[in-house]
Design a protein around this ligand. Structure first.
Ligand code: SF4
Length: 180
């Protein structure tokens, strides 16, 4: 199965109750052969409406951060742990993750990146399997199976927090070193 076939499967997915509230499945976007995969938590309101991950202010911040690492959005592959929007942007629930995580797993297998950048607490804990928070984990590279995993603050959380933004910018410069 390739990414397009996997996306078609997700578009028909009713495996957890989130399908009822979605406008669009937000499967993922970007280069199918990217060296870097970016993983967020779940679609928000704008992503649900447009069917694309990281649109709006957080997406613009992500684009600028990628630029610091010498990357454009089309150079990377972006996906969320959950493909459908939780109501009111609440935290994903365990059953939803259990139902949905196989899509992300298969995306990582198909794209086969060198580095996975996890955005914020939720995606980081899901990928690294840890209880530690992003404040302690960000900027430190973890090996998960064959992948280097770089946790960073969520670009939305940094929009109004200068110290988080500075940490994010430093961590994306670390990404440059990982790719050199
Ligand atoms: S969130 Fe995932 S598991 Fe739930 S309906 Fe959407 S695609 Fe299916």
């Amino acid at each position: 199965m390739d990414l397009a076939e996997l996306a078609a499967t997700a578009n028909e997915c009713h495996a957890c109750p989130l399908w009822e509230g979605r406008t669009n499945v937000v499967f993922g976007d970007g280069s199918p052969t990217a060296r870097v995969m970016i993983v967020g938590e779940a679609p928000g309101k704008n992503e649900d409406l447009q069917g694309c991950p990281f649109v709006g202010a957080a997406g613009k911040n992500l684009d600028a951060l990628l630029g610091l690492a010498g990357l454009r959005r089309e150079d990377v592959y972006i996906a969320n742990v959950l493909k459908c929007r939780p109501p009111g942007n609440r935290d994903p629930q365990v059953e939803e993750i259990q139902a949905c995580a196989h899509f992300l797993h298969d995306q990582a297998k198909l794209v086969d990146p060198e580095v996975i950048v996890t955005l914020g607490n939720f995606a980081t804990r899901h990928i690294i399997k840890t209880d530690q928070g992003i404040t302690r984990l960000h900027g430190k590279v973890h090996q998960v199976g064959k992948f280097k995993v770089l946790p960073v603050y969520h670009p939305a959380a940094a929009l109004y927090d200068r110290s988080k933004q500075e940490a994010l910018e430093a961590d994306f410069r670390t990404l440059t070193q990982l790719l050199s």
